[in-house]
Write a protein that binds this ligand. Structure first.
Ligand SMILES: *Cc1c(COP(=O)(O)O)cnc(C)c1O
Length: 426
C-alpha cells in the first residue's frame, strides 16, 4: 500500500515512511492511496474468526511491504491484548467499552500499535528517535505507556496547562526515564500547532529524527478501525441483519475517521454520529458547509476540546470533498456540560451504568437520533475513573482515585515555538 498526502503533492510513500514522517512535508496528512474492500465472505463468517485473525485481515493490505505477515501478527498480539466488550445499557443501546487497556482510554489501541511498529522500523538504526505528541489528555498517557522504556526512543508530550484531569496528568508525568511531559501555557490546539511547526521546521528535522504519535499518525489511526469490526462481530450473532448506528464522542475526529474507513472497507454500519461538546466545528460544518475553526473551550469532556480537528482533512479526502455524500453517512450533535452531568446521573440511576463524560455525550447523541428498528452503539472512550472529579459533581458518593502529583516531573513552556525548539535540540 502506498500513502499520499491529503494536500495533494507528488508524495507516494510506504507505510513505514508515513509512520516515521508523521506529517506530510506540505502539512497534509497521510492517507492510504486506496481503501481495499473486504470480501463478503469475510463478513458472513466474521463470528467464526478470532479477533487477532480479523485484525490481521483488516490491516494486512495497509502495512504490506513495510511489515512482514509475521511482524504484523506479532504487533497485533502484543498491542491489541485487551478486550473491547459490547455491554447492554438500555433498550437497543449498547456501550462499546474501549477502556480496558493499560491507561484506560481507547488511545491505548493506536499508541500500542504504533510503538510496536516503530520498534521494528528502528531496529536497524543507531540514531535516537524523538516522538513528539500533543495531547488533550488521553493520548499523552497512552503514548507514554506504550513507549515507556523502549530503547532508542524518547517521548516529548505537550499538554495544555490546567486543562487535563489530575489523573491524566499523573499518568504522563509520573513515568520519567525516556518520557518527558511539557506543560504549555495554552490550549490543546496551541499544543497541536507547536507540534506541526516542529514538523515543518526543515533545519530542525535535519538535526534530529522526529516522529509524531498523534492521531495524525497513520499507525495510530488504522488500528482504531479494529474495534468497529470487533463490535460488529459481537452484535451480529445477536441481531443479524439489523441496522447498526455508531455514535462516536469526537474531538480531533480520529476515531470517527477510523470508523468511516472501516465502513469503506465494507463493514455493515448504517451510519455514524459525531457526538460533540460545545467544541463542535465539525457539526457546524455539516450544517452550514463551512469549516470554521474556533478557539477550543474547556469542558467536562476535555479530550474533545478541539476547535480545529486535524482529521477533518482525511474525512474530506475520503468523501472526495462532497458534503452531500458525507451527510448520508454521518450526522452530528452538540451537548453542554450541564447535559453531560445530567446524563451521567440519570444513566447511573436508571441503568446502573456509569458513563464517563465523553461516553455520556456519545450516548446522548445516540438516544436522540436512534430509530426503533436500529441497534445503537456508543463508544465508551475512557474509564469514568479518569474523570472522577467530574463524576463526583453529580454522583457525590463516587469514590475518586487519589493521585500524588508532587512526585511528578514536568517542564513548563510558553506558547511559543522557540521554547519547544530549545527543548528538542538540547
Ligand atoms: C481522544 C478522546 C476522544 C476524542 O477522540 P478523537 O479521535 O480525537 O475524535 C474522546 N474521548 C476520549 C476519552 C478521548 O481520549
Amino acid at each position: 500500500m502506498k500513502y499520499i498526502s491529503t494536500r495533494k503533492n507528488n508524495e507516494n510513500i510506504s507505510f513505514k515512511e508515513a509512520v516515521i514522517n508523521g506529517l506530510s512535508n506540505n502539512g497534509g496528512l497521510y492517507f492510504p492511496e486506496k481503501i481495499p474492500l473486504l470480501p463478503l465472505s469475510f463478513f458472513e463468517d466474521i463470528e467464526k474468526l478470532e479477533n487477532d485473525e480479523i485484525a490481521f485481515q483488516v490491516l494486512q493490505p495497509f502495512v504490506k511491504g513495510s511489515l512482514t505477515d509475521q511482524q504484523l501478527k506479532n504487533v497485533i498480539a502484543d498491542a491489541i491484548n485487551f478486550p473491547t466488550p459490547i455491554i447492554p445499557v438500555q433498550g437497543n443501546i449498547f456501550s462499546l467499552e474501549l477502556y480496558h487497556g493499560p491507561t484506560q482510554a481507547f488511545k491505548d489501541v493506536g499508541a500500542r500499535f504504533m510503538s510496536r511498529c516503530l520498534s521494528y522500523f528502528h531496529q536497524d538504526k543507531n540514531e535516537n528517535i524523538i516522538i513528539l505528541v500533543a495531547t488533550s489528555g488521553d493520548t499523552g498517557s497512552a503514548v507514554a505507556n506504550g513507549f515507556f522504556n523502549v530503547s532508542g526512543v524518547s517521548v516529548k508530550i505537550l499538554f495544555p496547562k490546567g486543562k487535563i484531569s489530575p489523573y491524566q496528568e499523573y499518568q504522563m508525568t509520573s513515568l520519567g526515564k525516556n518520557i518527558k511531559a511539557i506543560e504549555v501555557d495554552g490550549t490543546f490546539d496551541d499544543c497541536q500547532k507547536l507540534v506541526k511547526e516542529a514538523f515543518q521546521d526543515k533545519s530542525l528535522r535535519k538535526k534530529i529524527s522526529l516522529s509524531s504519535a498523534n492521531s495524525i499518525n497513520v499507525a495510530r489511526l488504522l488500528p482504531q478501525m479494529l474495534y468497529y469490526f470487533f463490535a460488529y462481530k459481537q452484535l451480529k450473532t445477536k441481531f443479524n441483519g439489523k441496522k447498526i448506528v455508531v455514535s462516536v464522542p469526537s474531538g480531533n475526529l480520529g476515531n470517527i475517521t477510523a470508523g468511516l474507513l472501516a465502513k469503506k472497507m465494507g463493514l455493515p454500519i448504517e451510519r455514524f454520529i459525531a457526538a460533540h461538546n460545545v467544541n463542535d466545528t465539525f457539526n457546524q460544518y455539516l450544517k452550514t458547509g463551512k469549516f470554521e475553526q474556533k478557539p477550543s473551550i474547556l469542558t467536562y469532556s476535555n479530550a474533545m476540546d478541539v476547535g480545529n480537528p486535524s482529521n477533518f482533512e482525511r474525512i474530506e479526502h475520503l468523501y472526495n470533498q462532497t458534503l452531500d455524500e458525507l451527510r448520508i453517512d454521518v450526522s452530528a450533535d452538540t451537548f453542554s456540560n450541564a447535559a453531560t452531568l445530567k446524563e451521567i446521573k440519570e444513566c447511573y440511576a436508571n441503568n446502573g451504568y456509569l458513563l464517563d463524560p465523553h461516553g455520556a455525550i456519545g450516548k446522548l447523541a445516540l438516544s436522540k437520533s436512534l430509530k426503533e428498528d436500529e441497534i445503537g452503539v456508543f463508544l465508551e472512550t475512557a474509564h469514568p475513573q479518569k474523570f472522577s472529579e467530574i463524576i463526583v459533581k453529580t454522583i457525590p458518593d463516587y469514590k475518586s482515585k487519589n493521585v500524588n502529583l508532587k512526585e511528578c516531573k514536568k517542564t513548563n513552556i510558553k506558547n511559543q515555538y522557540t521554547d519547544l525548539r530549545k527543548i528538542l535540540t538540547t
